[in-house]
Design a protein around this ligand. Structure first.
Ligand SMILES: CC(=O)SCCNC(=O)CCNC(=O)[C@H](O)C(C)(C)COP(=O)(O)OP(=O)(O)OC[C@H]1O[C@@H](n2cnc3c(N)ncnc32)[C@H](O)[C@@H]1OP(=O)(O)O
Ligand SMILES: O=C([O-])CC(=O)C(=O)O
Length: 459
């Protein structure tokens, strides 16, 4: 894209008008921080102990980060249950099997694991629904390519509305059909959008390969992405595991809660899913996998001796003091709203990261990640004066794993979306089936009512 393509004109007059508007904006809109306490505002929808305000019920999954003993919250090892099944058992039970993510999708949507013949039929359904018409690829995916593939996903999902003969029908039957279509199509949209970006923005050869029937969703991603279409069994297995681990995380996480909020207004599936993709893109949520990758690139450059724990600690303190990396004060891949001692998904991904690292010659990098994980937890707690433990989350090792699978970083967060759309869909269906009330929390007005002045009388 050259500068002529940018829509906003950049004249001196406009710049000075914009400066004025920015200054005007900055004069208002500051709310006295003490008022939040005075009115007991549940900021971030949390109570005073940091626990999420109870806003719904779900059977889709259970996220456990602490025990409650005599009414007190005690930090505990993390647990995650999909439709009642411990995710560790799910991963172990699917060891050596293909189509783990597809099986998990069935479990999350329909409430139980599929029997053998049910899985076969389900795979056939997904494979039939994954087709994207040539017209859609040409007119939507290839046009106005975006450097941010999450943005491309949102645009494509919204445009699928116009390719749907029945977009507005929110009956459970139609919403299920739309959910399955989106689950099946999203991998193609993500990979093709990435290829469009490489071709139109980086002048590289355009590659569009149809998915192949009989391959799993994880296998097809690698097959469509790589110029030679080749991958090893371990690579496909690791990607399948990563997709399972990212598929669902309760109703309260930011993107799934977005699904609930938007669904509760009675709007269509495409609007709800596009909104959730927008939420997941944020660096404090799913976008953290990309940020963690950038942060590690920075650490690798800035820390001279990767084995020197003091040097690592010093650098992490600079991050927390907003003096290094993106200057937000956040160490990405660390911390969680629910988990305390551990995130069960991180442990699984870490074990695969170690395996891949020793196969692909990344042992030094793995050891660095391991050190940063330990030291960062200690430093965040000290720096933020926190009493509860801070653990690494699912995003800590995922980017590292994807890098070892030769997956480009533009696709890190889209892979999260390809997996989490399953959870969003299960929650949308749950919201529709249980005819939830429109979600509408309160905001207290803390400004002042003032008199209207005629235009000529304003100063
Ligand atoms: C898929 C996912 O969404 S997993 C999360 C991915 N996100 C990240 O990895 C980004 C880094 N982590 C974070 O920003 C946070 O830990 C979150 C957003 C995940 C959770 O935030 P919260 O629920 O507010 O966590 P918690 O209540 O434990 O935080 C307490 C304090 O510690 C700070 N803190 C928590 N994690 C971190 C971190 N990784 N780096 C620096 N400070 C942190 C918080 O900013 C918060 O300070 P505040 O009260 O002044 O806002
Ligand atoms: O639950 C949360 O707050 C964040 C999330 O989606 C996850 O960890 O997968």
């Amino acid at each position: 894209m050259n500068s002529n393509d940018i829509l906003i004109a950049n004249t001196d007059d406009l710049r000075s008008d914009m400066d004025y508007l920015e200054k005007t904006l900055l004069k208002g809109h500051r709310i006295d921080p003490n008022l939040y306490e005075e009115y007991d505002v549940k900021r971030g929808l949390r109570d005073s102990t940091g626990r999420g305000v109870l806003t719904g019920l779900t059977e889709v999954s259970d996220v456990c980060g602490f025990d409650v003993i005599n009414g007190r919250k005690i930090p505990a090892e993390g647990g995650l249950y999909y439709q009642g099944i411990n995710v560790n058992d799910l991963i172990n039970g699917l060891k050596g099997k293909r189509f783990g993510f597809e099986e998990t999708t069935f479990l999350l949507l329909f409430g139980r694991l599929p029997k053998k013949d049910e899985l076969e039929h389900f795979l056939k359904v997904l494979s039939e629904l994954e087709d994207l018409s040539g017209r859609f690829v040409r007119d939507v995916v290839m046009k106005a390519s975006s450097s941010n593939i999450m943005n491309a996903l949102q645009r494509c999902v919204l445009t699928l509305y116009t390719y749907d003969e029945n977009p507005e029908d929110i009956s459970v039957e139609n919403a299920l059909r739309q959910a399955l279509e989106l689950i099946a199509k999203l991998p193609l949209i993500a990979v093709y959008s990435y290829h469009a970006y490489r071709h139109f923005r980086k002048d590289e050869t355009l590659l569009i390969r149809n998915p192949e029937k009989g391959r799993s969703l994880a296998e097809n991603i690698l097959y469509m992405l790589r110029p030679d279409g080749q991958y090893t069994e371990l690579e496909a297995k690791v990607l399948d595991v990563a997709l399972i681990l990212h598929a669902e995380h309760g109703g309260g996480n930011n993107s799934t809660f977005t699904t609930h909020v938007v669904t509760s207004s009675g709007t269509d599936t495409y609007s709800a899913i596009a909104a959730s993709i927008g939420s997941l893109k944020g660096p404090r949520h799913g976008g953290a996998n990309l940020k963690a990758q950038g942060m590690f690139d920075d650490i690798k450059k800035s820390v001279k001796d990767w084995t020197n724990e003091d040097e690592i600690r010093e650098y992490l303190r600079l991050i927390l003091d907003k003096k290094a990396f993106d200057k937000t004060g956040l160490i990405y891949g660390m911390g969680h709203a629910v988990y305390t001692i551990s995130d069960p998904r991180e442990k699984i991904l870490k074990s695969y990261a170690q395996k891949l690292a020793s196969e692909k010659g990344f042992d030094d990098e793995f050891a660095l990640y391991d050190r940063v994980e330990r030291i960062a937890g200690e430093e965040i707690m000290t720096h933020r004066k926190m009493l509860k433990p801070v653990c690494a989350n699912v995003d800590f090792y995922s980017g590292f794993v994807y890098t070892m699978l030769n997956i480009p970083e533009e696709l890190f967060t889209p892979l999260f979306a390809i997996a989490r759309i399953t959870g969003w869909s299960a929650h949308r269906l749950e919201e529709l089936l249980n005819a939830g009330k429109i979600i509408r929390p309160a905001y207290k007005y803390v400004g002042q009512h003032t008199e209207f002045h005629n235009r000529d009388d304003r100063n």
